[in-house]
Design a protein around this ligand. Structure first.
Ligand SMILES: Cc1ncc(COP(=O)(O)O)c(C=O)c1O
Length: 402
């Protein structure tokens, strides 16, 4: 049995994983076309409306409002829903900070509902328990590209008459029971930031099947203008959150590659799960059968330190990284971030006393993340991940004593 790389032995893997983004001649052509068109922005946009049309249809929605990034997309939707001073919005703490700051920046109060221990996604029972007369919206976050339990969340949203927003920043193309995410709630938001499975470096999109919400979001993202109105006519309060023609051109070109990339990620992820789960103490993020397409922005697995003789998750990740498998521990529960101490609205809970055990376990002890480009390579890349995890398991006694 070879010695662990962290203890001076040979690495399982020397080669880098698949690179990201994937660029070819069609992307270069798309940019040159915009350069030469002379239409770089302003009233006459071509690529932006085309991308809105194609991407919203891809997510089973009638309308799309493109914007600067996924953070602004959330802020715009919450403003369009009328979230304001003292309004509560329920969301998980196991997410990127933008999900919560979108609430704070609209003067609302983030109310954290814990996640499910097996999927790491917001737990519908915890959502229902957190509803109060002040609840103005619920945000479901499809972490890793895995859809939340949309049957339960849509049911709760309808039962209580509270709009459901989907933060689908990580979930391009993901599907629950044959229906794409973003189309279940009143609106869904996406990110095209550099790490995302569809990227232009930066960018965002709101998708919806609700024309009223579309109209409001469109106006907010375009300095309060209204479709068909004059350039200097601003009936609403908004700001400039518009996407550029450059971003839309590259996104249209990148989108052509997305379906095939999704298939490769899904096939590799299924294979990886089947192999990793043969190693004691390793369990993949549970994937309910209703998920007919998984975005796999991340591949998350759960590490049980007890089975690894008490070696901490962080030490395990150091050992795995040393073998040539880059991995991350992921989010910290958001209520621990200083941002929540700096700008809490009146009536907000004392976040410093909040402890949501499942999110804390996932963040501190258990969750291990692999990034999406790692799933784009050949099957032998998956074998090297499995080999490295198995090597750490087999050498756990030496690692513990080191
Ligand atoms: C769950 C989630 N929400 C929102 C965002 C914000 O998107 P952006 O980085 O485009 O502002 C991200 C991006 O990292 C995210 O992962």
């Amino acid at each position: 049995m070879a010695q662990l790389a962290i203890l001076g032995g040979p690495r399982v893997r020397e080669k880098a994983f698949h690179s990201w983004p994937v660029v070819d001649e069609s992307d270069r052509k798309a940019i040159v076309e915009v350069v030469e068109s002379g239409l770089w922005g302003g009233i006459e946009q071509r690529k932006v409306p085309e991308f809105e049309k194609q991407f919203s249809a891809f997510q089973d929605c009638d309308y799309g409002v493109s914007c600067t990034n996924g953070t602004h997309a959330l802020e715009i939707v919450l403003r369009a829903l009328g979230v304001g001073i003292g309004d509560e919005v329920i969301l998980p703490p196991y997410t990127f900070i933008a999900t919560a700051t979108a609430v704070l920046l609209n003067n609302g109060i983030p109310v954290f509902a814990d996640i499910d221990p097996e999927t790491y996604l917001i737990d519908p029972d915890k959502v229902e328990a957190a509803i109060t007369p002040k609840t103005k919206a619920i945000i479901a976050v499809h972490i890793a590209g895995q859809p939340c339990d949309m049957d339960a969340l849509v049911h709760i949203s309808k039962k209580h008459g509270i709009p459901l927003v989907e933060d689908a920043a990580q979930a391009h193309g993901a599907e629950w029971a044959g229906q794409r995410v973003g189309s279940f709630g009143v609106a869904g938001t996406f990110s095209f930031q550099s790490s995302k499975n569809l990227t232009a470096g930066e960018g965002g999109m709101i998708v919806t099947n609700n024309q009223e919400i579309y109209d409001r979001c469109w106006s907010i993202h375009n300095v309060g203008r209204v479709p068909g109105g004059r350039w200097y006519e601003h009936p609403n309060l908004g700001a400039n959150y518009r996407m550029t023609e450059w971003q839309a051109a590259i996104l249209l070109s990148q989108m052509k590659k997305l379906p095939e990339q999704m298939q490769v990620r899904q096939a590799n992820a299924s294979y990886l799960t089947s192999k990793l789960e043969q190693i004691p103490g390793i369990l993949a993020q549970k994937r309910p059968e209703k998920i007919t397409s998984h975005g796999y922005h991340l591949y998350i697995f759960r590490y049980d330190s007890k089975t690894f003789d008490g070696i901490s998750r962080n030490r395990f990740m150091e050992a795995l990284s040393a073998e040539g498998i880059p991995c991350f521990g992921g989010y910290t529960p958001l209520y621990r971030e200083k941002a929540f101490y700096a700008c809490v609205s009146e009536g907000a809970p004392d976040y410093s006393n909040l402890h949501l055990p499942i999110s804390e376990k996932a963040s501190d002890d258990e969750g291990v993340w692999l990034t999406q480009p790692m799933l784009l390579g050949p099957r032998s890349d998956m074998d090297s991940i499995v080999q490295a995890v198995a090597k750490v398991y087999e050498n756990r006694a030496e690692l513990k004593d080191a």
